[in-house]
Design a protein around this ligand. Structure first.
Ligand code: HEM
Length: 786
């Protein structure tokens, strides 16, 4: 007789056998194809492979050590918890080791798929120490996300000083041609940790320099001014912009009542808000993010001389933005768009670069420059008045090895300074100096977060701090106090001559009071300066953004109050937004003043390198596949990534004996993934049954129906979207007919004799980022620029 237990065991074994035979079957089918797809066909590897080795279809049965990281990844330097160098330690010194599964105590385990039960159908036993340990650890895997800037992406790199700042700062990493390791974290401000990348928001751009004098953090944003002038209002602005507390919506959006309620009442926010409504609020990529230190800092030279400065990060690829519809589509199609773009570029060898720049100002008694108060963080100094001087270059060349360990646990702080860099009395900066350590104490669970590998300085640390949660150091000595004789009086403090940090002896005096200086009172001249400095296309985008954001507010009075702020900035801006909202145009309460535009604030008009751009190539089996092969090579040779888009996944050109892989099928492709597209053929409409599995194939597009499609409607959709977003489009051979079918013609649409000729024209267009002429001419804007 077969017992119930045995019959169940039998069925479990049958299931396991069935799974194994499925795997074997799949292995036969996949063998060869998988290898070819993953291997670099024609020397072109497409970034994004999940691991350093291709996986097998069957579950492996040989114990092995953890696989190494991919070549584009790096871990924090293997230094000790107290900054000691461990030169012979391998990069993966802290990673898990051993080929066998163990408990946290290192005991090997025979089984981890079943809890210890009293019989297969009985209760789980309390003595199951492995279950308890495994679930306990899992239950505590999450730590609090950052209260702001929760959504972020980080990378390792290096900073090379040009040596040109040696006359204004004694900071060692800015003197000579010094190379300094760095870790950078880009972030949005408002959204939760899992929110989408391309929402309209300010971006954080935080850089940790592991210098020879300790860590220096430049905790910057991609907007040069801030919402508030005094840190005491930070909780207010953040409460206003975060999801409304009653329903906890909307996520990662400023387009809601509480935000516009706050900024329309609190008019010093209007300058920052104007930047947010421009393309700066929806950056194209982290690689093209311009960074600003916002506050004025004080540099100190070797001779003690001081200079006031503002810091800039100038992206070598130029500062570029998305367009609004594109950003919205991306939020659905690829919420990790910016993160993926950064890591793919690094993996492809297109290492992003920025130049560090400074505007310098004399350190005068009143701390103003050309009438602009340098302590007011809602004001910028136009580059035309104070040019940005380049003092070094940042290169990001490695992704993290483990996201949580590095990106989530990194702790930046504007108070992480080195000799030669000091703070000013900007009241916002002063509050920040308090805030970061405070929040990190909770976020990272105790005071020892400087010992986390990514936070460890690359120099010896002897701080006499002791104990606390998660203490990794094992201190020697018996006298962590000063003065002492028990430990020989050590450690010793040292003055500036020995590399000690000495604050600038700035004289301060005054009555205790809660009040801003009178010079902080002008809230409208600089937003007007920004508006007047934009090209008409950029102005139209700003109008559209205000109209969208205010249009999403529920309360009419809030819209009306914000319209008064816009009237104080510019009558044309106000009139156009009011028109879009269907509201009357209010009179200004403070008439706009004359300003001198600053063309440097515009993002349009130049040409930049195209490294790491993604070029879509639409083809099917009937297309000019030889041309596609050439094109893949040419795109790759130009430092960009070719992505073949075909009716199906797998390979194209099997019959020719020289196949190449397809990266996107018509099901998975969406226009927003590509910077430009080249059409190699005229893929016929999918069979009538396809819309059941892919609604995009239904040809609901009126244009396609009208022309009785002979091209797959998904191709038409892709091309029309790219056209609308002013992206370069090219074709050769049969591809020309596809463009006609899609109704895509106009500036930036090129047809050439060959694949490579089409590419060279598209590449030139891409240098300007977008085909700006394609945007409908904005009627009568009021700008300082043509
Ligand atoms: C009073 C004003 C401000 C306060 C109180 C404040 C506070 C904070 C807090 C609490 C965090 C989270 C830090 C963490 O959990 O590790 C944070 C992150 C950040 N803040 Fe601020 N902030 C202020 C203004 C600014 C300004 C003006 C900038 C830019 C110049 C800025 C840039 C950043 C960046 C880039 C991060 C993200 C750091 C990272 O990637 O880990 N903040 N801020």
């Amino acid at each position: 007789m077969v017992t119930k237990d045995e019959s169940e065991r039998g069925s479990t074994e049958q299931l396991a056998e069935a799974a194994s035979s499925v795997a074997q079957g799949a292995a036969k089918v996949a063998k060869g194809v998988a290898d070819t797809v993953r291997d670099a066909v024609g020397g072109i590897t497409i970034p994004g492979a999940p691991g350093s080795e291709p996986p097998t279809v069957e579950e492996p049965n040989e114990p092995c050590e953890p696989l190494p990281s991919k070549p584009d990844q790096r871990a924090p330097r293997p230094g000790s918890a107290t900054g000691k160098d461990l030169p012979s330690a391998p990069d993966d010194i802290r990673s898990q080791a051993g080929a066998h599964l163990t408990t946290a105590q290192g005991m090997r385990l025979a089984e981890t798929d079943h809890s210890l039960t009293a019989g297969p159908r009985g209760p789980v036993l309390l003595q199951d120490h492995h279950l308890r340990e495994k679930i306990m650890h899992f239950d505590h895997e999450r730590i609090p996300e950052r209260v702001v800037h929760a959504r972020g992406t980080g990378a390792h790199g290096r900073f090379r000083s040009y040596g040109t700042a040696g006359n204004i700062t004694r900071a060692a990493f800015l003197n000579g041609e010094t190379e300094t390791p760095v870790f950078v974290r880009f972030s949005t401000v408002v959204g939760f940790r899992g929110s989408a990348d391309t929402v309209r928001d300010t971006r954080g751009f935080a850089v940790k320099f592991y210098t020879s004098e300790g860590n220096f953090d430049l905790v910057s944003n991609n907007i040069p001014v801030f919402f508030i002038q005094d840190a005491i209002k930070f909780p207010d602005v953040v409460h206003a912009v975060k999801p409304e507390p009653a329903r906890e919506i909307p996520q990662a959006q400023s387009a809601h009542d509480t935000f516009w309620d706050f900024v329309s009442l609190h008019t010093e926010a209007q300058h920052h808000t104007m930047w947010n409504m421009s393309g700066r609020g929806i950056p194209y990529s982290f690689r093209t993010l311009e960074g600003f230190g916002v506050h004025t800092f004080r540099l100190v030279a070797a001779d003690g001389g001081t200079t006031l400065v503002k810091f800039f990060w100038k992206p070598v690829l130029g500062a570029h933005s998305l367009v609004w519809e594109e950003a919205q589509l991306i939020n659905g199609v690829d919420p990790d768009f910016h993160r993926r773009d950064l890591y793919d570029a690094i993996e492809a060898g297109a290492h992003p670069e920025w130049e560090l720049g400074v505007q310098t100002f004399p350190d005068t008694e009143d701390q103003t420059f050309e009438g602009i108060d340098l302590l007011d963080p809602t004001k910028l100094v136009p580059e035309e008045l104070a040019p940005v001087q380049r003092i070094g270059r940042l290169t990001l060349d490695a992704a993290p090895t483990n996201f949580f360990a590095e990106v989530e646990q990194v702790a930046f702080h504007p108070g992480h300074l080195v000799p030669g860099i000091d703070v000013t009395n900007d009241p916002l900066l002063q509050g920040r100096l308090f805030s970061y350590l405070d929040t990190q104490l909770t976020r990272l669970g105790g005071p020892n977060f400087p010992q986390i590998p990514v936070n460890r300085p690359h120099v010896p640390v002897n701080d006499m701090f002791r104990d606390g949660f998660h203490q990794h150091a094992v201190h020697t000595g018996n006298a962590p106090y000063k003065p002492n004789t028990v430990d020989g009086g050590c450690p010793f403090a040292v003055g500036a001559e020995g590399g000690g940090y000495v604050e600038v002896p700035e004289r301060v005096e005054g009555a205790k009071e809660r009040r801003a200086p009178a010079s902080f009172a002008d809230h409208f001249t600089q937003p007007r300066l920004f508006w007047m400095s934009m090209s008409p296309v950029e102005q139209q985008q700003i109008v559209n953004a205000y109209t969208f954001e205010l249009g999403k507010c529920y309360e009419q009075v809030i819209k009306e109050r914000q319209l008064v702020c816009l009237a104080n900035i510019d009558p044309v801006l106000c009139q156009k937004v009011a028109q879009g909202l269907g509201l009357p145009v209010p009179e200004p309460t403070i008439p706009p003043v004359e300003v001198q535009p600053s063309p440097a604030l515009s993002q349009i008009g130049g040409t930049w390198p195209v490294d790491g751009r993604r070029i879509g190539i639409i083809a099917d089996e009937a297309s000019d596949l030889e041309g596609v092969r050439e094109l893949r090579q040419a795109v790759h040779a130009a430092g960009m990534t070719p992505l073949v888009i075909a009716p199906h996944g797998g390979m194209l050109g099997q019959e020719s004996g020289d196949p190449f892989p397809v990266q996107r099928s018509f099901v998975t492709a969406r226009s927003v993934e590509f910077d430009a597209v080249l059409v190699a053929g005229a893929p016929a409409p999918a069979p009538p049954t396809t819309p059941a599995s892919d609604a995009k194939a239904s040809g609901g597009d009126a244009l396609t129906e009208a022309t009785e499609a002979v091209v797959d409607p998904r191709v038409t959709l892709l091309l029309t979207e790219m056209f609308r977003h002013a992206k370069a489009i090219g074709a050769w051979g049969d591809g020309a007919a596809t463009l006609v079918q899609a109704g895509v013609e106009g500036p930036g649409v090129v047809v050439a004799d060959s694949a490579t000729a089409a590419l060279s024209q598209v590449q030139e267009l891409l240098g300007a980022h977008r085909v700006w002429d394609r945007f409908p001419p904005a009627d009568a804007m009021q700008g300082g620029r043509p």
